[in-house]
Design a protein around this ligand. Structure first.
Ligand code: ZN
Length: 124
C-alpha cells in the first residue's frame, strides 16, 4: 500500500512536506537525517549540524496529535465494525498495523511540519 508522493507542486520554494516527512529530509541541506527513530527526531543533522532539538522546542502538541489520531482510528474502527461486522481476529489483524502506521506517519508528518515551520521562521 504505497502511495508515492505525487511530486512537490509549486508551493513557493517549499519542498513537498509529505515527501520530506516520508524520507525525513533536513530542512537546510535536504539530507535524510531528520529522524533517528520511526517517529523520533534526531538531535541534530548528521550532515550540516542543524539543531533539530532547538527547532522542535515549543512543539508541545505531540500528545494532542496522538490522541486525535487515536480518536479518529477508534471512530473508524467502530464504523467498519458496524458496517462489515468482521470476525474479531480480522479486526485485530487489520487495526493493529493500521494503528501503528497511522500514529507513526501522523507524528512524522506533524514533527516535520513543525520543524520546517520553525526553520522558515528563523530565516532572515
Ligand atoms: Zn542538514
Amino acid at each position: 500500500m504505497r502511495h508515492g508522493p505525487s511530486g512537490p507542486r509549486d508551493q513557493k520554494g517549499q519542498p513537498g512536506l509529505v515527501s520530506a516527512a516520508l524520507s525525513g529530509l533536513c530542512p537546510r541541506c535536504g539530507s535524510k537525517t531528520l529522524f533517528s527513530a520511526p517517529a523520533g527526531l534526531a538531535d541534530e543533522c548528521a550532515n550540516c549540524g542543524l539543531d533539530f532539538l532547538a527547532l522542535e522546542r515549543g512543539g508541545r502538541f505531540v500528545g494532542v496529535v496522538t490522541m486525535l489520531l487515536a480518536l479518529v482510528l477508534i471512530l473508524a474502527a467502530l464504523a467498519v465494525d458496524e458496517w462489515l461486522r468482521p470476525p474479531l481476529w480480522a479486526t485485530f489483524l487489520f487495526w493493529g498495523p493500521v494503528t501503528v502506521a497511522t500514529v507513526i506517519g501522523g507524528l512524522r508528518l506533524y514533527k516535520t511540519m513543525w520543524v520546517y515551520h520553525q526553520f522558515g521562521e528563523r530565516q532572515p
